[in-house]
Ligand binder design. Sequence first.
Ligand code: URA
Length: 442
Amino acid sequence: MKFQSLPLVERKRDGEALAAQEIDDLVAAYVAGDVPDYQMAAFLMAVTIRGMSFDETAALTGAMLHSGRTVEISARRPLVDKHSTGGVGDKTSLVAVPLLAALGFCVPKLSGRGLGHTGGTLDKLESIPGLRTSLDAAEFATLVSRYGLAIAAQSEDIVPADRLLYALRDATGTVASLPLIASSIMSKKLAVSSRLILLDVKVGSGAFFPDEASAAEFARLAIRIGETFGRDTRALLTRMDAPLGQAVGNALEVREAVACLRGKGPQDLREVAVALAVEALHAVYGLARDEAGRRAAEALESGGAYEIFRRWIPSQGGDITYLEQPDRWPEAAAVGTFTAGTDGYVSRIGARAVGEAARLAGAGRLRKEDSVDAAAGVEILAPLGTPVRSGQDLLRVHAASPEQLAAALRRLDASVEISDEPPRAKDAVICAFDKHGRREER
Ligand code: URA
């Protein structure tokens, strides 16, 4: 007889806590193809609405982790991993991973695709022609040992449960759930033998955690899961009310990340990438944060981190000429702008609206089987605080078709606020949580 998942769906719907063995069996049966998508989607929705206890969340993490093999990497340098809970314009990994490698760490990173209105590192990387993110465990480990970094997708042999559940959640409105996000992220991080796991927990309208309280709850939950599995896990809470940087959309974001790796690029992106590097240098080598900050800034300014990036991209098949000759990138089929209705200062750029507009333009998926358009997205022409005049272009939308352009521009209505006074500038990093889940100011 096939595995009976319906009773588990119904019990979760009614708010019951499931036993670890039941969660294990459900995940194993789903990965084996014995649970139909519609029942798993119903289970995910029940979890999204009802939540899970800590024991259930840890069991789900373990079940997902053990759905595949774990990757042991032998490297002479300390292994550090970083993961974001998801944001709009969040290309931090493209900067932070080579930066960490330039600072003497090895970074084996399993990433995800776009989820909901947020972008995914894999989609961004795959906008570089030729670049492959489907690596088997052996190739992944070899690349990390040889180049100091690799970014790969979940696969049939590494956390296959997350590969399947991630795509299903994206298409069923079941992304924004604390236990589902925690188990998805931590199963990927625990699958690789990293000594330190750094989480970038995004807070704000463009994140899955709208306020500091829910983000802090997530950070403590993920850190506790890390502790349960014997891993040093730490978190930064960073702002996501406005998009990070000025580019949202896959190829647009790669170009902005390259600018940052060359010592330019937007200040907020640089601040988050440097803050993550500082945490790693402090946690692993005990370096004072000021000194760590100087070393990280120097690795960006000297071009050291960019050199690592240039060597790494071809190791995964990517064509490096696109990084050096931006004119080679294909243009989107339809381009249009969103303009200011009044004079003043840009005081709000709604990250969720911009993320949803980018998805409608073709940068993300609305169905599991959709493909993304590498060139689609939104450029922010007037960042927060810019003085603007009525009629001035604020956002430029790059869309896969004229219909998608029109839908994206409609979604941007009311996404930008213009005020008489400039807004107060805020640091991108709010605070940190140490490996015991204790809050620390930054
Ligand atoms: N990143 C992940 O890997 N999973 C989530 O659920 C959210 C962000």
